[in-house]
Design a protein around this ligand. Structure first.
Ligand SMILES: [Cu+2]
Length: 486
């Protein structure tokens, strides 16, 4: 296990420091190669086990030079990174010493239901003082966040998260591999935590942070070899904000993966990165001493998130030719005979108390006040997650036939953005009524206001799976549901 924050922040690379007004980087990608075919035979990590120790507790930390913040983290390396080769197993020995119960959800990993880390749905909560072992194989390469799935507004708001990197997708080693984990913090003028959620934000676009960070630092400067090709992994673990990330300058850059899953290298300008979403870029670094700047272009004034400085003697890499990754292990779903379902995301006025009946006749275990919020602002197909006090899980929003392929039409009936996340499966993005994006695999699909997106997936992983908006406060106020695959 690699838990060094140094390694995490890495040694890396970058681009053009041009002017004070950030010019979007452009890509000149007329002659790129397609994805490398899926690898044959055994996966690189087959038979390997990576042991990780994750100990959740309060770790007061002075993150921004404004005094100690009572962070909740999984490790003394406050943003832990677990690296495991594809096909290997993660065995995470988890101990909870937080003041309240929690669990760990491994976002985007196609794992068995009982390892999915959702309290009451896939496991009982891990109470203070208790331990739990997560043990699962990683079928797909890429970058995945892990975080709690209960009172996540506060737990993630206090920093409780980590990164899982599944290696083994590279056909050519990059000159550097950098990660930028984007997260805002809710701090007052004294540098103390503000309330993690307000009704005003929760019922609209979100309760945004007041202090931006990358890798839990304020506008960090990373480094990468001058002239080199850098793999830049960008991931949001913010509760709410959607960043529109782009790079400044006359730099060659290609998009090579979405939510960890490879795509044929394609032109990149900006990408909207909602909570838990990831992209991988291949960036050609400029001359030594120059920089590449990463911005959020969503705001009226672009916000600088991080800088990558080009260092060293300068590599000679020839024309920009980003190496394609191996094709995703996951098969493209066969749309012949796919079953069509429409899922509408909307605002709501009232909660819908439903009881979940299990196949055996019993009812699914009780939720509690920590996992539910007492407000309901949102619904999926007119159904909300029950309000606090209803004490029961809702019935599944849909019951899917195992091994059938589904096309979901995700309909945003609100004027706000919603990054929609499915557990245990990975969507293939097909089309949108508003945008033209390349076909790509994704576990978290960003719906723009009034957008309709079609996604497809094979319901091949049995169990009750969460299906929800990843703006955490939207999920916790109703935009959360269960998909049953049986
Ligand atoms: Cu939402």
């Amino acid at each position: 296990m690699n838990l060094s924050r140094r390694t995490f922040i890495g040694a890396g690379a970058a681009l053009a420091a041009l002017s004070s007004s950030p010019l979007l980087a452009s890509a000149r990608l007329d002659t790129l190669r397609p994805l490398a075919p899926r690898r044959d035979g055994a996966l690189p990590g087959a038979g390997q086990v990576v042991e990780a120790q994750l100990h959740a507790k309060v770790r007061p930390t002075d993150l921004f030079g404004r005094g100690e913040l009572p962070l909740w983290t999984y490790h003394d390396d406050i943003l832990p990174v677990i690296r495991v080769p594809q096909g290997g197993r993660v065995r995470a020995h988890f101990k909870n010493d937080l003041p309240e119960h929690t669990s760990i959800h491994w976002h985007g990993i196609r794992l068995p239901n009982h390892m999915d880390g959702v309290p009451y749905v896939t496991q009982q909560p891990v109470e203070p003082g208790e331990a739990y072992v997560y043990d699962f194989e990683v079928p797909d390469t890429g970058l995945f966040p892990f975080h709690s799935h209960c009172n996540t507004v506060e737990q993630l708001g206090r920093g409780l998260a980590g990164a899982l990197v599944v290696t083994g997708d590279e056909t050519r080693t990059y000159d550097a591999d950098l990660m930028c984990v984007i997260k805002d913090w809710r701090l007052n003028a004294n540098g103390e935590f503000l309330d993690f959620m307000e009704d005003k934000g929760a019922s609209r676009g979100g309760t945004f942070g007041t202090h931006r960070s990358v890798n839990f630092e304020t506008v960090p400067t990373l480094e990468a070899p001058a002239g080199g090709d850098v793999r830049l992994r960008l991931m949001s673990i913010d509760n709410s904000r959607v960043n529109q990330v782009g790079l400044e300058g006359q730099v060659d850059v290609a998009l090579i993966a979405t939510d960890g899953q490879a795509i044929a290298p394609t032109s990149f300008k900006v990408w909207r990165l909602g909570s838990a979403m990831r992209i991988d870029l291949c960036v050609r670094m400029p001359k030594a001493g120059e920089t590449v700047k990463i911005y959020d272009y969503f705001a009226p004034e672009p916000v600088l998130l991080a800088t990558i400085k080009a260092t060293g003697p300068g590599l000679k890499r020839g024309d920009f030719d980003p190496a394609p990754l191996y094709a995703p292990t996951i098969q493209e779903p066969d749309l012949t005979n796919a079953i069509f379902k429409r899922v509408e995301f909307s605002a709501t006025a009232a909660a819908t108390p439903n009881v979940i009946a299990m196949p055996g006749g019993e009812e699914l275990n009780l939720a509690d006040a920590l996992c539910l919020n007492d407000k309901t602002f949102w619904a999926m197909n007119k159904q909300t997650w029950p309000e606090d006090g209803h004490e029961r899980m809702p019935a599944p929003i849909l019951t899917l036939k195992k091994d059938r392929t589904y096309v979901f039409e995700l309909v945003n009936a609100t004027p706000h953005m919603h990054p929609i996340h499915i557990h245990g499966h990975t969507f293939l993005y097909l089309k949108s009524n508003k945008r033209s994006l390349p076909k790509h695999f994704t576990d978290t699909v960003l719906l723009k206001p009034k957008e309709r997106i079609h996604v497809a997936f094979k319901a091949d992983n049995p169990g009750d799976w969460m299906f929800h908006c990843h703006i955490i406060e939207h999920a916790e106020t109703g935009m959360m549901s269960i998909l049953r695959v049986a």
